[in-house]
Design a protein around this ligand. Structure first.
Ligand code: BES
Ligand code: MN
Ligand code: ZN
Length: 505
């Protein structure tokens, strides 16, 4: 979708649809006021007669308003001014995007960024302000990101139908050229989200480790300052990545270690390194998962999809940082050659791991990828993974879990999630949990028991990141909509992209 800026007064704009926001019981202002004037008070009359739903996220489509060039006006309800938080603002933009997509609108002019809550003296929590972002910049960017994200539909493996959604082709926003940077950020973030969603949604017979590697190659081809290296099974064996290889050894789809490098700064600048869990299908292996809902384990590469998406956002915006993205891609299958409970593996770090459950495979591919990543001397090392079902028990689908021993890094990630409205919440990584990983036959076991399953998984990873400024993000609840057919959310591309943008400034 094309994003542009246009300051032409809304009533004069030749677009298929104008999009404005209106509060409950509040005077019209900005473009809404101009439309009201141009239409001789028709807009206010419609509001007064109760024909416009001003509830938060309410939608009303107006047709052929006199004095207004655009044939359609989508009025988004914003609810009560006192309740209009950044989260509410963000959701209104997303709802507008979904509505446009579902109503065959191919071009729109969006004025939602004019909608500002009046909250004298109150610093809103979780917003641009705290992350040091300018509010006007933030509002414009989030409007574009949300409309862009909402405009996605999955089409890759089905025949087109007449009543398919007609995506928006172009959207203009009411802001002047000063806001071009906000739009450039939005373009990159949307690109990242769409990449992440598409990779998540593609079926596991298509999106396997080799496919992820091809996608990385394609991204490297798109940007001059991006390079890629794909390590195959033999190269990983030479590096002694036995934990990663064990997970993949039951599948005919061989594992890959994907290394994408972006140079946006001086070559001596330490890179930020993102590591993603790329299990393209997780059957559980010999400790086989139950049948119901197993198909959802195609999303077990959601961490990989989001680090690839955030990487692409960074390259598209051309942030002045160095960034490396590492994906540990493998398929966890039961087979005559599969690894088993009872096996003891020697990881690349030299530490040995007793396998108690082959379904705790994410931490095994990640531990070798994390050991490998340290050769890049990262300024910050962040892994992202659909690591534990326990994460969903703890936080549900609204937040990713953030774990780090570095308070400053944890705070930066939480703030980034707040600013992007792609939120994370911290869980502790105290050493008190470490004894749950004790093993009689190896340096550690790969499961920590029932209690605090997400934290013990984090503790496991912490053993491979000693001395690193490291954080772990468990996105098991946030990266796809569970149960239904809505598919991938692309998260946490927003959080990660915001973190990278913050690092650049
Ligand atoms: N990919 C799963 C985690 C998961 C499960 C994410 C359900 C989202 C929904 C992971 O590989 C896994 O199976 N974890 C086990 C760990 C256990 C065996 C210690 C889990 O969470 O049950
Ligand atoms: Mn598993
Ligand atoms: Zn898994």
């Amino acid at each position: 979708m094309k994003f542009t800026l246009d300051t032409t007064p809304a009533p004069e704009l030749g677009t298929a649809c104008l999009v404005i926001g209106i509060f409950e019981h509040a005077a019209l202002h900005g473009s809404a006021e101009l439309i009201d004037q141009a239409s001789n008070g028709a807009l206010q009359q419609l509001i007064d007669s109760g024909d416009i739903n001003t509830d938060w996220k309410g939608t009303t489509m107006l047709h052929g308003l006199e004095g207004v060039v655009a044939k359609r006006i989508l009025v988004m309800g914003c609810g009560e001014t006192e309740k209009f938080s950044e989260v509410r603002y963000d959701r209104v933009c997303g709802s507008a995007g979904v509505f446009l997509r579902d109503h065959a609108t191919t071009s729109a002019h969006i004025c939602l960024n004019e909608v500002e809550a009046v909250k004298p003296g109150k610093v809103m929590s979780g917003t641009g302000q705290e992350a040091g972002l300018d509010q006007a910049h933030w509002r414009l960017r989030q409007a574009a990101v949300n409309v862009g994200r909402a405009n996605y539909s999955y089409t890759a493996t089905k025949a087109p139908k007449d009543d398919d959604n007609k995506p928006l082709v172009s959207a203009s926003f009411n802001a002047d050229a000063e806001m071009e940077l906000a739009l450039a950020e939005a373009r990159g973030i949307v690109k990242g989200y769409l990449r992440s969603m598409e990779l998540g949604n593609l079926p596991p017979n298509i999106c396997n480790p080799a496919f992820l590697a091809e996608q990385a190659r394609a991204i490297a081809n798109d940007y001059e300052n991006v390079s890629v290296e794909i390590l195959d099974k033999d190269e990983m064996a030479q590096l002694k990545m036995s934990a990663l290889l064990a997970v993949g050894q039951g599948s005919v789809n061989e594992p890959k270690l994907i290394v994408l490098k972006y140079q946006g700064s001086n070559e001596n600048t330490r890179p930020i390194v993102l590591v993603g869990k790329g299990i393209t299908f997780d059957t559980g292996g010999i400790s086989l998962k139950p049948g119901p809902n197993m198909e959802q384990m195609k999303f077990d590469m959601g961490g990989a999809a989001s680090v690839i998406g955030a990487f692409e956002a960074c390259a598209d915006i051309q942030l002045p940082i160095n960034l490396i993205c590492i994906v540990a891609a493998a398929e966890n299958m039961p087979d005559g050659n599969a690894y088993r409970p009872g096996d003891v593996l020697t990881s690349m770090s030299g530490k040995t791991i007793e396998i108690l459950n082959t379904d705790a495979e994410g931490r095994l591919v990640l531990c070798d990828a994390l050991t490998y990543s340290q050769r890049f001397n990262p300024a910050a090392l962040i892994d992202v993974a659909t690591l534990t079902g326990a994460c969903v028990v703890a936080l549900g689908h609204h937040a990713s879990a953030i774990m780090s021993k570095h308070d400053d890094l944890a705070k930066q990630l939480i703030d980034a999630g707040q600013a992007a409205i792609d939120r994370g919440w911290r869980l502790p990584l105290w050493d008190d949990y470490q004894p749950q990983l004790k093993s009689t036959f190896a340096d550690m076991r790969n499961v920590g028991g029932m209690a605090a399953g997400s934290i013990t998984a984090g503790c496991f990873l912490s053993r491979f990141t000693k001395g690193q400024r490291w954080a772990h993000i468990d996105c098991a609840g946030s990266t796809w909509i569970w149960g239904g057919d809505k598919g991938s959310t692309g998260r946490p591309v927003g959080l990660l992209s915001q973190f990278l943008i913050d690092q650049a400034s």
